[in-house]
Design a binder for this molecule. Structure first.
Ligand SMILES: Nc1ncnc2c1ncn2[C@@H]1O[C@H](COP(=O)(O)OP(=O)(O)OP(=O)(O)O)[C@@H](O)[C@H]1O
Ligand SMILES: [Mg+2]
Length: 357
């Protein structure tokens, strides 16, 4: 899905470039045509003044040129539209050519432990993003994925929900190979809060409702309250019925993130993926939402990704990903004793917290 997203984004950029170039060409051509009318009027006027042509010939030419102009401009614009349609068809075909993931709709999983068993993955065939990732995220526990930026944390969380299939190794959910489960059935078991929040150009209510179609107004408001949305929603001109713009463009980053948390709280699925879920929030809101999340995650499988170490301080299990491999694993206390990457990251954050101008 994500790979496809990138391809669509690239295709859109290419199409936009062609559209801009075509637009400029058509406008220049149209200007040249208009100049043609002006030139005919000027030259004709001079010839008439010099007595070389009659007024009748002068008007005849002016009429002919203006008659030519409209059809020629229309032909030019139609020609540009035909080229654009061809490009749009190519883009549609690229999407249609993508292999559709298939799988079982009947679930035979026992519980919701997530197991990564020697998993490797690459977005393109050149660079391996994950080389040999093995860990277990147990049901009823909070598993934190940490590590340097670009280490593959988001990729791991999305692979668990089968956004793509692993290139090597297996990923199991409650003992079932996720690559054998129908993607939509699998997704119904996950509540996500992603790093890149996706909202729709619709009302606040509809954006939260995506978490659970058919939820009552009361359920929506409860989730919004737990995610600390009620305070800013009450300030919006039409409350829950306010349109929030394309991808929530009329909201702040923290407000958009809180709507996506409300959506996840409403869905209340057995597996919860939180990717930098509270990164855009101030400390007060983060603390309140963490309390709400701690209610939500009871007896669930929770995979949490965070750069701020205090966000994952209470995790049961920590997996450190570095350069596509599982570099360290254990409880926070065990990893502090180990004197490795986890300890180094914790110390670095303490230094930056105490840093003063
Ligand atoms: N859709 C994609 N297509 C191609 N490459 C991608 C895609 N998403 C991520 N990558 C690449 O895969 C690698 C791992 O990315 P990922 O987003 O999993 O890292 P991360 O650990 O979550 O980083 P961060 O902490 O910055 O969020 C990076 O090198 C990134 O450039
Ligand atoms: Mg990430």
């Amino acid at each position: 899905m994500e790979g496809l997203d990138k391809e669509i984004e690239n295709a859109e950029k290419q199409a936009l470039n062609v559209e801009i170039k075509l637009g400029i060409t058509v406008n220049i051509a149209s200007m040249i045509l208009k100049l043609g009318i002006g030139t005919t009027a000027l030259v004709g006027g001079l010839l008439f003044a010099g007595g070389e042509i009659t007024i009748l010939t002068f008007f005849l030419f002016l009429m002919l040129v203006s008659r030519f102009y409209d059809p020629m401009e229309i032909t030019l614009r139609n020609f540009a539209a035909i080229i654009m349609t061809g490009i749009q068809c190519e883009r549609l075909n690229e999407i249609l050519d993508h292999e559709v993931q298939q799988g079982e709709q009947k679930l035979t999983n026992k519980g919701f432990d997530i197991v990564f068993d020697h998993v490797s993955f690459s977005y393109d065939d050149d660079t391996e993003v994950l080389k040999d990732v093995s860990f277990t995220a147990k049901q009823g526990e909070v598993t934190a994925l940490i590590g340097p930026s670009g280490g593959g944390k988001t990729t791991v969380s999305k692979l668990a929900a089968r956004f793509w299939d692993a290139k090597g190794g297996t990923i199991r959910l409650g003992g079932m190979d996720v690559s054998a489960i129908d993607p939509e059935t699998l997704c119904s078991l996950f509540s996500f809060v992603f790093q890149d929040v996706t909202l729709f150009n619709n009302t606040v209510r509809e954006n939260i409702l995506i978490g659970k179609k058919g939820a009552t107004d009361e359920e929506i408001k409860r989730a919004a309250k737990m995610a600390r949305c009620d305070e800013f929603i009450s300030r919006l001109p039409n409350g829950y019925d306010t349109m929030i713009g394309e991808n929530g463009s009329e909201l702040s980053g923290g407000e958009r993130q809180r709507i996506s948390i409300a959506r996840a709280l409403l869905k209340d699925a057995p597996v919860i993926l939180l990717d930098e879920a509270t990164a855009s929030l101030d400390v007060e809101n983060e603390t309140a939402i963490q309390q709400a999340l701690s209610e939500l995650i009871k007896n669930k499988t929770v995979l949490i990704i965070a750069h701020r170490m205090r966000t994952i301080a209470d995790a049961d299990h920590v997996v450190v990903l570095k350069d596509g491999v599982t570099a360290e694993e254990g409880s926070p206390a065990e990893l502090i004793r180990k004197n490795g990457i986890f300890k180094h990251m914790t110390e670095q954050q303490l230094i930056s917290q105490n840093w003063k101008m």
